[in-house]
Design a protein around this ligand. Structure first.
Ligand SMILES: [Zn+2]
Length: 156
C-alpha cells in the first residue's frame, strides 16, 4: 500500500472512495486506517460519517466531499494526533506555574475545610457531607454562597 514512513502502531485518517453502487452518492469520505498484521497491510473501516466505503485509500490530494466527514475531521485529527507536541522550556515553566497554582488552590481548599470543621466542632454543630463538598470549593466560593459568615472578634 502507499504508506511511506507510517508508524504501524498508530492510526491515520485517510481519504476513501464511495462504494461503486448506482444509488450510492459518489462522495469522498474519511476513514481511520490501521495496520493489519494478518493482512500485513493498511486497512480502514467504514467512513467516520458511518457510510460504507470501498476498501482502499485515495491519493493524498483527494478532496473530501462528504460534509459529515469534514465536520468530524477536527475531532478525529485531535484524537489520532498521537503524542502531544514537545514543549519548549518556557512552555514547560508555564505548565509548572499552572500546576503550582492548582496545587495551591487544592491545599488552600483542604485547609479551609479543616478550619470549617474546627469551627463546627467548637460550636457543637454536626457536619454534613454536602457542607464538606461546599467547603472544598474553597473559602471564596463558600463565602460568596453565604455558607460562611465572618464573625468579627468581639472585644471583651
Ligand atoms: Zn462521509
Amino acid at each position: 500500500m502507499s504508506a511511506p514512513a507510517r508508524d504501524r502502531n498508530r492510526r491515520y485518517l485517510v481519504t476513501v472512495g464511495p462504494l461503486g453502487l448506482p444509488d450510492e452518492p459518489q462522495d469522498v469520505h474519511l476513514a481511520v486506517s490501521s495496520w493489519n498484521t494478518r493482512w500485513t497491510g493498511w486497512v480502514h473501516g467504514q467512513a467516520i460519517c458511518g457510510r460504507t466505503t470501498a476498501q482502499g485509500e485515495l491519493d493524498d490530494g483527494a478532496t473530501v466531499t462528504c460534509e459529515d466527514c469534514e465536520n468530524l475531521r477536527p475531532d478525529y485529527e485531535r484524537i489520532l494526533g498521537g503524542d502531544p507536541p514537545e514543549l519548549t522550556a518556557a512552555e514547560a515553566r508555564t505548565e509548572v506555574d499552572r500546576l503550582g497554582l492548582a496545587l495551591y488552590r487544592a491545599q488552600d481548599a483542604l485547609a479551609f475545610v479543616g478550619e470549617c470543621c474546627d469551627i463546627a466542632d467548637r460550636e457543637g454543630r454536626p457536619i454534613t457531607t454536602a457542607q464538606v463538598r461546599e467547603w472544598l470549593k474553597g473559602a471564596q466560593c463558600a463565602r460568596q454562597a453565604g455558607l460562611v459568615v465572618e464573625v468579627p472578634d468581639t472585644p471583651a
